[in-house]
Design a protein around this ligand. Structure first.
Ligand code: ATP
Ligand code: MG
Length: 449
């Protein structure tokens, strides 16, 4: 049985209103729609509407009664996870015992289970140092899709959880409004006190910062790229998400004793402006897994042909998602043998990975696209000067420089520093999977319509 207070907190964190929660509690007890309507003195239609809102807010997909089962499973598993983390059963005969009674108070709704987590010891140590010892106010984990940002954020937050009074993990995948996210944070941090939420954004941020000053909190925002509107050259937020920029700026600039840990494929402008390697705002470019850790993924998929594993890992730059996807193909089509797969000398960019790249590519400005096309055709590393000469008909030098910078922010370029005597130069290229994707794109008939 799920503790009512836990349910209430979880519901609040997911933006479920009290009216909706009433319906949820009865439905969880097995009451029919008719019975719930009678008990709450509302129409059956209203009951159905509220329940469907609850499903939407918990991101439960599907049809009919299956949804309730799915939601029950989700809630029970989160409750069990919560109990396991806090190493204690809430006293069964004390219904008023709140999650806060157990230190720290945590909300992990939507966070993946990271029990199969490999490698990343150095990253974890660095990040722990930044957050716990150096007291950074914002730490951004940046990197391309599937590289392992979300996993790393969860692993890290769990590793350092004892240092915080509150941990709230919030995904932005369903693009919640900034107002809702702030409301969730504030409600959780002020619980059980009932407070009036200010309507104005600035005041809401100020109230949140007040709690972040009084308490030691770790807030995690996952998938921040979803609320960035970076199709514009200057990385503006769309009006809806402008507030996220304000939140980042104020959390980075104002004094408090908490930390916002965020993950994003693209670097938000605020982070680029505020970050410094020794300051309170820092970012980590998350790279692929080291060979040893990446091998464990291939091992877990039961692949053979171990002599060739390093080649496979290097081709996909240790990207754990890409490796998992390609390992599945190798299992299904090549009898689990990496040798067999590599004989074909093609790079599988499966649908799942293509989706991520499609999403990223759509957001590029024209100069950025031109650079990507050029790099996809090149087999060598390319300098700024090479690019400028080759592309002068297409884009101006300032467009080129800006586009190179923003492509870097979007985790789409590989850069190496070439040292030649006293001079050092940055050289650019695309990693194989991205190159393969862009080449295929160029081979498609142009569709301007
Ligand atoms: N350290 C790790 N050990 C084992 N598996 C991992 C690790 N990191 C990531 N993975 C695997 O790779 C997948 C992708 O990781 P994750 O979701 O963290 O990537 P991401 O960078 O957040 O991607 P996106 O930008 O698309 O959200 C995970 O589902 C997980 O299976
Ligand atoms: Mg992620």
């Amino acid at each position: 049985m799920i503790n009512q207070d836990f349910l209430q907190t979880l519901a609040t964190a997911n933006g479920v209103s009290n009216l909706e929660l009433d319906v949820l509690v009865l439905a969880m007890n097995g009451d029919s729609t008719t019975a719930i309507a009678q008990k709450l003195r509302v129409s059956e239609d209203a009951v159905r509407k509220r329940l469907s809102e609850v499903y939407r807010k918990f991101r439960i997909l599907g049809n009919g009664p299956v949804k309730l089962t799915k939601l029950q499973q989700l809630l029970v598993s989160q409750y069990q996870q919560y109990l396991a983390e806090n190493d204690a059963e809430l006293p069964a005969n004390s219904p008023s015992s709140r999650p806060q009674d157990v230190n720290p108070y945590q909300i992990w709704s939507g966070a993946p289970d990271v029990s199969a987590f490999y490698g990343r010891t150095e990253e974890l140590a660095t990040l722990e140092q930044w957050i716990v010892s150096d007291r950074c106010r914002i730490v951004a984990l940046l990197g391309m899709g599937g590289i392992g940002k979300t996993y790393l954020s969860v692993k890290l937050a769990r590793q350092i959880q004892s240092q915080f009074e509150y941990i709230i993990w919030q995904s932005l995948h369903h693009s919640p409004s900034i107002q809702d996210v702030l409301a969730n944070f504030i409600t959780a941090l002020s619980y059980p006190e009932k407070i009036d939420l200010p309507a104005a954004l600035d005041q809401r941020v100020s109230l949140l910062i007040k709690y972040l000053r009084e308490n030691h909190c770790l807030l995690v925002l996952d998938a921040v790229e979803i609320v960035l509107d970076s199709s514009a050259a200057f990385w503006r937020y769309n009006n809806e998400s402008e507030g996220y920029g304000i939140l980042l700026r104020r959390l980075g600039e104002e004094q408090h004793q908490s930390c916002l840990l965020m993950t994003s494929i693209e670097k938000p402008r605020e982070i680029a402006l505020l970050e410094s390697s020794t300051g309170f705002v820092r970012s980590l470019a998350v790279q692929g897994l080291k060979p040893e850790a990446a091998k464990k993924i291939l091992q877990s998929k039961g692949l053979t042909g171990e002599q060739q594993w390093s080649e496979l890992i290097q081709t996909y730059r240790g990207n754990p998602l890409a490796l998992k996807i390609v390992a599945t193909t190798i299992q299904d089509v090549f009898s689990s043998n990496v040798n067999e797969f590599l004989k074909y000398e093609f790079l599988a960019v499966s649908d799942m990975f293509r989706e991520i790249l499609d999403w990223q590519f759509k957001r590029l400005s024209n100069p950025e696209k031109e650079i990507m096309y050029y790099l996809a055709r090149e087999n060598n590393l390319v300098s700024v000067q090479n690019l400028q000469q080759a592309m002068q008909q297409l884009i101006t030098t300032s467009e080129l420089v800006m586009a190179l910078e923003s492509l870097g922010w979007r985790s789409l370029l590989e850069k190496v520093q070439s040292e030649d005597g006293d001079t050092s130069e940055t050289l650019f290229s695309l990693q194989p999977v991205v190159k393969n994707y862009v080449s295929k794109l160029m081979a498609l008939p142009k569709n301007d319509g």
